[in-house]
Every structure is written in C-alpha cells, then in structure tokens.
Design a protein. Structure first.
Lengths: 384, 255
C-alpha cells in the first residue's frame, strides 16, 4: 500500500497490542497493571485478531479485485504458511527451554508433578500434535488461531465481495452457538481444548474483515458508528470502572470489586460477550475519536509503535521469545521493581529497533526490485 | 494477591541481609534444639473467613472428621511416608490443641491429578466420609499440564458449590513453589484464579506458594546441592512447616 493512503490507526494499535502482549506474558510484571486488560474486560488479543482480520481483508481484498481469486488465494495461503513456520520455530525454542529445565530438575517435592511433562514422555506424539497445531503450550496459542483463520479466509473474502451479510450472519450464529453450548475444538493432550476457541474467536476476525474490505463504493461504517457513540462510550466507561475496581481489589483487598461476584469469571477461551461487547464499543469510539491520519499517529513518538505494527509477525514472535527471556531473568536473578522496569524497557527497545531494522531492510528490497524493473524495461526498449 | 506478592517481595529484599543472618542462626539452633524455622511474614497469615461448622463441632466436643484432598504433596510421597505428610501432622497438632474432640484428618491425596479429576472423586472419596471440613490442595498439576485457566476456575467453583450444599467448611491450599519450575511454567494465572475463587465465595485460601517461595528465598529450605538421601527428610520438614502454618490458619478461622 502507498504510505499516504495507509490507515495508520491499524499499525499504531496493532503495535501497541504487540507491546502489551509482551508485557502481559511476563508473569508478576508490575507494568501489566498498566495494560488494557487491567482496565477493560478485553485485552490485546482481541485488538490483535480484529486488526489482523481488517488488514487481511484490506490487502487481499485488493489483490482479489485487481489480480483475481486464484492469485489472492495463493497469497493468503502463502502467508498462512509463513505463520505456520514461525509458530513451529517458536515451538522448538519453547521445547528446548522446558526440556532443559525439566531434565536437570531434582526437587523431590515436584518430581511427581513434573513427570506429567507429556512431551518428554512421548516426544514423537507431542511433536506430531504440534505440527497439527493440536499441542499448544501456554503463550503459543494465538498463532494457531491466526493460521486457521487465514486458511479459511479465501472463502470469507469471496463471500464478503458478493454480500457482507452472507459471511457476517453465519459467523455471528456460530459465535452464539458456542456461547449457548460451549462447543469447543479438542487439543492435545487428551481433555484439552484450543485456548482461543476458533469457533468463537473467528467472529472478531471476520467482523474486522467486513469492516476492512475495500468496497468499490466505500461503505461509511463510521456513519453507523456515530448514532451508537453515546451508548458505546457508556459501555466502555462502565467496563473501565468495573475492571479497574477488580484490579485495585486484587492489589488491595479492602477496596470493593464492583459486581465481582456476579460477573467473574469472564471466559476468555470462548470469548464471553462480557469481553466482546465492550471491545466493539471501544472500536466504535476509537474509529470516531481518532481519524485515520491523525497528527498524533504521524508524530515521532508514535513512530516506533507504528513500525512494530507494520512488522507484526516478526515482532509478535520476537515479543513471545523476549517475554520468556524476561521471565527467566526475573525469576532466576532478581525481580525487584527496578529490574522489572529495566527488563520491560529493554524488551520494548529491542522490539522497536528490530521493527526499524526490518522496515529498512524491506524498503531496500523494494527499491532493489524497483531498480531491476526499471533496468529490464529500459533494456527492452533498447532491444526494440 | 499480586500486591501481596509484590509487597512481600519488597519486604523480603529489604530484610534480605537480616534474613540471611536469621536463617543461619535458625539452622544452627535447629541442629541443636530440633526447632523448625517455619516463620513467614504476617501478611501471609491473614485469614479472613470463618469455619463455622468446624467451630460448632469443636464447641460441642463432638468428633471431627477432616478430609485432605489433593495431589502428590498431600500424599507426602516426597517424604517417603504418609505419616510424614501434612494431613497426619495437622491431625497431631489439632488433637493437641483441641483434646476434647476426637479429630481425624483423612488423607485423600492422589498424585498427578488435576482439579477436575479431584472433583470427580468428591462423590466417592469426600462426601460419603461426612467431613466437617475439606482442605482442597490443588492447582499444581493444572499449571504443569496447562489446563485452561477458565476451566480450572469453573471446576473450583463447582467443587465449592458441592461442598457448601453439604454444609461442609472449605479451605483451599494453593500451588507448590519451586524455583526452577517457575522459570518455565506460568503459575501466576492459576494462583490468581484460585485466590479469586476463594475471594468471591468467602473461602480461605492458604498461600502455600508464597510461603514456600519465602522459605526458598530465605534459604531456609533449599534443595540445590542436597544429597539424594537427605532430600526426603528435607521434604518432610517442609510438610511439617506447612502443617503447622495450616493449623495456625485453622485456629485463627475458628476465633
């Protein structure tokens, strides 16, 4: 996409979501009191999946219109393959870390419980299950969802092109069925389910895709959003007050957790309506409050987040590795607040610098391709 | 919960030097006097909720039956014998404190069980025993196996509902701490879920994880570099400390 027409909100908020995912994946991290999950019922996962659906429809929708169904399908599946390889890479890193820890372990009080490490009991089964995306260790559960959603995405795109409702309606119905019946997708080991239930989470991705699809006659979604703005604001504000009270209650017991007994636990696996309604309300509020090319998004301060959002796959994987590393440092050496802040800062810095480097590398690649194209067309002219 | 963890961490580090000296002294004294350095910071001994049915039974000087359901650390495998496990120790202490009631603590630990598997044992191993108090030690296997934390919370809720329906008092015991496992397993979300379930149901949660972490950081109990044959006796000492603290918590909840 040309930089000028790019909706910077997508990059900015996806970058922010990636930073939040990094922070939230470090256990007992002081900074996690300042991420979205501390003050709202939804968290960075909804933001990441929604924006991924939106950009996928935007990018591959254009491919579909200009270069045809077959090529668009090939590109989408190519991207899914890329994600799959990245996921398997993360999985191997994870297994290396856990295997080392478990085999050098000698605490008798834990030996009986650690022996359940299924992948060490049956590595051949565990690895095949990982290749089939059925074995999803903690924190390695969002990419399988994304991969599966991309694999079905060509069909979604074709549906969207003819009529958004033939996609949105079944998607919403499936979401409702999951809420009513707790239908889930089995995983490995026996008895486990996909952490992000794809039958429920597909709704966020497809809703994003419906909003992001490049219609010939631009649909003014924001025109729909404006009348519901007061209601959306109320939902977001109510969510903020309730969730913040829970967070404070968790820190300091005498502070009351509002509606805690009534609303908790809020199911994340199946994407409870208590999560998804405030999320869409927040989307409406942000869509109206922040214009696509707001000055703040083009500012120098926002640049690192925008770059992270633009290199989302690489930065996501890096963030997962960095939070595992950060967790290791904090639990192995020292978890004083100063060290925690340092670990967070270092991680965010590495993510932003890597995004900057990737941006440079890809820009150079595009320029190279541009030169080559210019040279070959010049050669053609000379030859004639 | 997390605040307590965090504030506790601060306090520990502030007192680290003093604590090291203290632990050396305590080790020295334990070598001679046999006393155990089980002390923990006061904030870990905060007990908010009562045990009304147990209190009534003790007041009436009637027999008391307590079921300890849990995993490997309830069976006491690491110490070598169920007499060295925490339920038996707890029975000894409570019998000493409340001599007018005959107190039995039944060990219903089965190693490597998730909360769900324990809940499935309630109809056979817990309810027919007609206990007045159930001590439910759970979460470690769920965290190691990576059971969905939403499912874990729902299981605990179902268990609490079932016990309350039978007028049984409940005490939850949270996860075991071990330094090297915390680097590969995310215990935090299971701890948070367990403590929040206790919170919304007005059920006490015994903070074993933080206590064991405290002992580990104070070098009271350290399994690193300990010869194989000495590990069992060290585990037995940890179980004895847990039983002592648990008995203290029960006594506070009876006031």
């Amino acid at each position: 996409l040309p930089a000028s027409s790019r909706d910077l909100r997508l990059d900015f908020f996806r970058g922010l979501a990636l930073i939040f995912i990094f922070i939230d994946h470090i256990p007992e991290n002081i900074l996690s009191f300042f991420t979205i999950q501390a003050v709202e019922f939804f968290d960075a996962a909804e933001v990441f999946i929604f924006i991924s659906g939106y950009t996928a429809a935007l990018v591959y929708g254009q491919t579909l219109v200009s270069q045809g169904t077959l090529y668009a399908t090939a590109r989408i599946l190519g991207r899914a393959w890329q994600l799959y390889v990245a996921h398997i890479f993360l999985f191997v890193m994870f297994i290396a870390e856990v295997s080392y820890t478990v085999t050098t372990f000698n605490n008798p009080m834990y030996n009986d419980e650690m022996r359940v490490g299924d992948f060490l009991d049956q590595p051949h089964v565990a690895i095949v299950k990982a290749l089939l995306l059925q074995f999803q260790p903690t924190f390695l559960d969002i990419l399988p969802l994304y991969i599966l959603l991309l694999v079905i995405f060509p069909v979604v795109l074709l549906g969207l092109r003819s009529r958004p409702l033939i996609v949105l309606l079944p998607s919403f119905m499936l979401y409702l069925i999951v809420q009513a019946t707790n239908l889930s997708v089995p995983a490995y080991p026996e008895g486990h389910v996909w952490y992000f239930n794809p039958l429920a989470w597909q709704f966020v991705f497809i809703a994003g895709a419906a909003l992001g699809f490049p219609w010939r006659h631009e649909r003014r979604w924001s025109r729909w959003a404006r009348p519901v703005l007061p209601l959306a604001l109320m939902v977001v504000a109510a969510g903020f007050i309730i969730k913040l009270s829970w967070t404070i209650h968790g820190i300091w017991d005498p502070f009351p957790g509002l509606l805690l007994k009534e609303l908790w636990p809020v199911n994340k696996n199946n994407l409870s309506p208590i999560r998804v309604i405030p999320f869409f309300a927040a989307v409406a509020v942000v869509a109206i409050a922040v214009p696509p090319n707001a000055a703040v998004l083009r500012s120098l301060a926002a640049k690192p987040l925008v770059l992270c959002g633009q290199q989302s796959l690489e930065i996501f994987c890096l963030g997962i590795l960095l939070s595992a590393l950060g967790h290791f440092v904090l639990s192995e050496y020292d978890s004083a607040i100063g060290i925690q802040l340092l670990v967070n800062l270092a991680g965010i810095l590495v993510m932003c610098l890597t995004a900057r480097m990737l941006d440079w590398y890809k820009t150079m690649g595009r320029m190279q391709a541009g030169f080559a194209a210019a040279r070959s067309s010049a050669g053609n002219r000379l030859g004639k | 919960m997390r605040w307590r963890v965090w504030a506790g961490g601060l306090a520990q580090r502030a007192l680290l030097a003093a604590g090291l000296v203290l632990s050396v002294v305590l080790r020295f004294s334990s070598a001679f006097g046999g006393a155990l350095p089980c002390d923990v910071p006061d904030e870990l001994m905060q007990v908010d909720d009562k045990l009304p049915h147990l209190a009534e039974r003790l007041r009436a000087e009637q027999p008391v039956r307590i079921i300890a359901i849990g995993g490997a650390s309830t069976t006491g495998l690491a110490a070598g014998s169920s007499d060295l496990a925490y339920p038996h120790r707890l029975q000894e202490i409570l019998t000493r404190w409340y001599p007018s009631s005959s107190i039995t603590v039944v060990n219903r630990g089965v190693p490597r069980q998730t909360a769900r598997q324990m809940l499935e044992r309630f109809p056979t191993d817990v309810i027919p025993e007609d206990p007045v108090l159930v001590i439910w030690e759970t979460g470690t296997t769920d965290a190691v196996r990576g059971v969905g934390v939403d499912d874990f919370a729902a299981t605990l809720q179902a268990g609490i509902d079932e016990l309350k329906a039978h007028d049984i008092d409940i005490m939850l015991v949270d996860l075991q701490f071990s330094h090297s496992t915390t680097t590969v397993i995310d215990f935090e979300q299971y701890l948070n879920a367990l403590h929040r379930v206790g919170d919304v149901n007005d059920v006490n949660v015994f903070p074993r994880f933080e206590m064991m972490r405290y002992w580990s950081e104070q070098n009271v109990f350290n399994f690193d570099g300990v010869a194989k044959d000495e590990r069992a006796s060290l585990a037995a000492k940890v179980y004895e400390c847990i039983a002592g603290k648990l008995a203290d918590a029960v006594r506070v909840a009876l006031r």
